[in-house]
Ligand binder design. Structure first.
Ligand code: SAH
Length: 219
């Protein structure tokens, strides 16, 4: 059953949501957002049968689309509200951006590979996610001309907290990022900006592709 494409099989789709709930995702708005976004449109055609399995999958440029549980968990921990403007670093397939777009007022997503950004932008437009802007650039710099952001989510692992992202966080804002060595185990960290100080909470151990400096030279 779970091999069936999502929208062709109500049972596979229900299983997908039940698995997320069983693993502790409790926020109904987050579950609804994951239910609404068709993951099979964000994975490579070769992997459509695995679109609703709980696994990360390869996308172009040697990158990966995160496993659905991680997308759900990070989205829940980001505590997004409908009035929020959200910055995502690491567009990849655009799946996380699509999920966020169901919960927030506006999503700005930055990707260092032009190929990935162009593909994700077209996909998001075609699927009708009109409150997402995909930008090609270096996420280390954030997007200063669109700041401040209520929420910032980084979907690649940083070895240190990027200063520009902290600077672009609104008062009371949350920055969620995997922090730790490239290729090793990283910690998912939530930083909350209050009265100019940052409160840090360490959440769970994770493994993400590295956050790399600069726009990619290759396409
Ligand atoms: N959120 C994505 C998964 C992203 S994988 C999804 O839902 O599919 C991490 C992505 O971060 C990769 O596409 C990688 O190219 C990108 N990335 C790495 N370093 C970056 C940087 N400095 N700026 C922008 N994007 C970066």
């Amino acid at each position: 059953m779970s091999k069936q494409p999502h929208d062709a099989d109500g049972v596979g789709r229900m299983q997908f949501l039940l698995d997320l709930r069983r693993r502790g995702i409790a926020d109904l708005a987050v579950l609804r957002a994951l239910d609404e976004v068709p993951r099979e449109h964000f994975v490579d055609a070769r992997f459509v049968d695995a679109a609703y399995a709980d696994q990360a999958l390869p996308i172009a440029c040697g990158q990966t689309i995160s496993q659905p549980y991680m997308v759900a968990y990070m989205t829940e921990q980001l505590r997004v509200r409908p009035e929020h403007r959200v910055l995502e670093i690491g567009t990849g397939s655009g799946y996380q951006a699509a999920v966020l777009s169901r919960l927030a007022r506006e999503v700005v997503s930055v990707e260092r590979y032009r190929t990935l950004a162009d593909t994700a932008r077209l996909r998001l437009t075609t699927l009708g996610y009109h409150n997402v802007d995909v930008i090609v650039g270096d996420g280390f710099a954030g997007v200063p001309d669109r700041a401040p952001f209520d929420r910032i989510i980084v979907t690649a692992a940083a070895e240190a907290i990027p200063d520009a992202l902290v600077a672009q966080l609104a008062e009371g804002g949350i920055l969620l990022l995997p922090l730790g060595p490239h290729g090793g185990t990283q910690l998912l960290v939530r930083l909350t900006k209050t009265a100019g100080t940052l409160e840090r909470e360490d959440l769970i151990a994770v493994r993400f592709v590295p956050l790399l400096r600069g726009q990619a030279r290759e396409l």
